[in-house]
Design a protein around this ligand. Sequence first.
Ligand SMILES: Cc1cc2nc3c(=O)[nH]c(=O)nc-3n(C[C@H](O)[C@H](O)[C@H](O)COP(=O)(O)OP(=O)(O)OC[C@H]3O[C@@H](n4cnc5c(N)ncnc54)[C@H](O)[C@@H]3O)c2cc1C
Length: 255
Amino acid sequence: LAEKKVLIVYAHQSAGSFSAAAKEAAVEVLKSKDCSVKVSDLYAMKFKATATAEDITGEVKNSEHFRYAEETKLAWDEGRLSADITEEQRKLQEADLVIFQFPMYWFTVPAILKGWFDRVLTLGFAFTKEKRYSNGIFKKTKALLSFTTGSQETMFSPTGINGDMNVTLWPLQNGILHYCGFQVLAPQIFWAPADAAPEGRSAMLAAWNTRLQGLLDENGTWLLIAGEEPPMLKEVQDTLRLLSPPLEGLSAVKT
Ligand SMILES: Cc1cc2nc3c(=O)[nH]c(=O)nc-3n(C[C@H](O)[C@H](O)[C@H](O)COP(=O)(O)OP(=O)(O)OC[C@H]3O[C@@H](n4cnc5c(N)ncnc54)[C@H](O)[C@@H]3O)c2cc1C
């Protein structure tokens, strides 16, 4: 069996954080499964978060009216994207599984990770109008959001003050990952580790360890709702679940 390649895109400033512990657990378990694991530690790399003309080496086509998607498409065609973007694209292209590990910021990812999405998933490289969703460029690659929150699980239910977590994750899971074709695995949610007792935090990491053992065999069928999918029962069910009660135990690790 060919060795599986895993990329962990990690966005936390502190090596003492719970997010760091979750990232380390993934590195350890997946390496023990004979995977090759690469980590893009975005803060340590001082990864640039803004999509600007500096992401292109050499002349831009239209400096009067700079258009990021079109200019980066051209630069990608001609091998003129900046070295940091090219390096991330190479890692992504090789990966069988990508894990995004981050603390939830304002219902989404920290800016540095949003910048990674903006800058790495360029037109042509990650998607085109013809190649998206089930026909997407990354349809053979699995992707997973693994993140910590400050909120308790009950706050992210349809009746909780924050509303349904599935709705919260829709822009990330569907609008970014599935749009580029990724098979989106169920998210790994570490609810409010800062408020948990030490045993609660250990239990969350233990559950993650257990899941990691079989992660590469999981199927990305959780998220099949998108315009261009065939109308299958599973999708209808998923749509209904999205609109109504929370997905019980949506791989969420309970404290
Ligand atoms: C700008 C901003 C926006 C935010 N927006 C939101 C939001 O929209 N929704 C929301 O819910 N939250 C939000 N938060 C809160 C944020 O999501 C949480 O603070 C964060 O997810 C906590 O994760 P952490 O990795 O930083 O944990 P930490 O605070 O680093 O760690 C929690 C605890 O785990 C301990 N720990 C570390 N390593 C281990 C280990 N190996 N074993 C056991 N324990 C360990 C730490 O010592 C600490 O006590 C926001 C925060 C910020 C700064």
